[in-house]
Design a protein around this ligand. Structure first.
Ligand SMILES: [Cu+2]
Length: 166
């Protein structure tokens, strides 16, 4: 441990920090305590998490594209997606897909239900967000930040990756 401290804090030796071992130890303990507390607070405040958000790459502008993502809701209450804003599209709506006698058809809905204690995946052929009137080309590998607004969990700034359609 002494060796690690010396090598990592080598630059600090000259500033006199190393001459105050008591203070250093106090700071280190504070840091450890802080880290120990963080996961608890994170779990309480982030019972709902959005991951793997992506849109298909496209060379066209002014088109509609699905925004897909995985939502894990560890909360005891159901939630819902109310709104989405992405910098590269003029509008966003929520869609479900109806399966009747004809081909499956997308239909706009007011919100996408997110059940409690469940992980759901938005898909083209199920609930999804539809981005309308894209403002730019979307190149494979690009990343954007979109705001996903949940009824209970509030606004989640979400990283969205542009991916070639599988
Ligand atoms: Cu759609």
């Amino acid at each position: 441990m002494t060796a690690a401290v010396t090598s990592v804090d080598g630059a600090l030796d000259r500033t006199g920090w190393a001459a105050q071992p008591g203070r250093s130890r106090f700071l280190a303990l504070g840091l450890v305590a802080g880290l120990g507390l963080t996961p608890g607070y994170a779990a309480a405040g982030e019972a709902l998490q959005v991951t793997s958000a992506w849109v298909p790459a496209s060379d066209e502008i002014g088109i509609d594209l699905p925004l897909l993502m995985t939502i894990r809701n560890d909360a005891a209450e159901a939630d819902a997606i109310l709104r989405v804003r992405c910098p590269f599209a003029n509008f966003a709506v929520k869609h479900t897909v109806d399966r009747g006698e004809g081909a499956p058809a997308m239909r706009e809905i007011k919100s996408i239900p997110i059940p409690e204690n469940k992980t759901i995946e938005l898909k083209r052929d199920a609930y999804h967000v539809m981005l309308l009137q894209t403002r730019q080309k979307l190149v494979d590998g690009e990343k954007f930040t979109c705001a996903v607004v949940f009824q209970k969990a509030g606004t989640k700034e979400t990283e969205v990756q542009v991916s070639r359609t599988p």
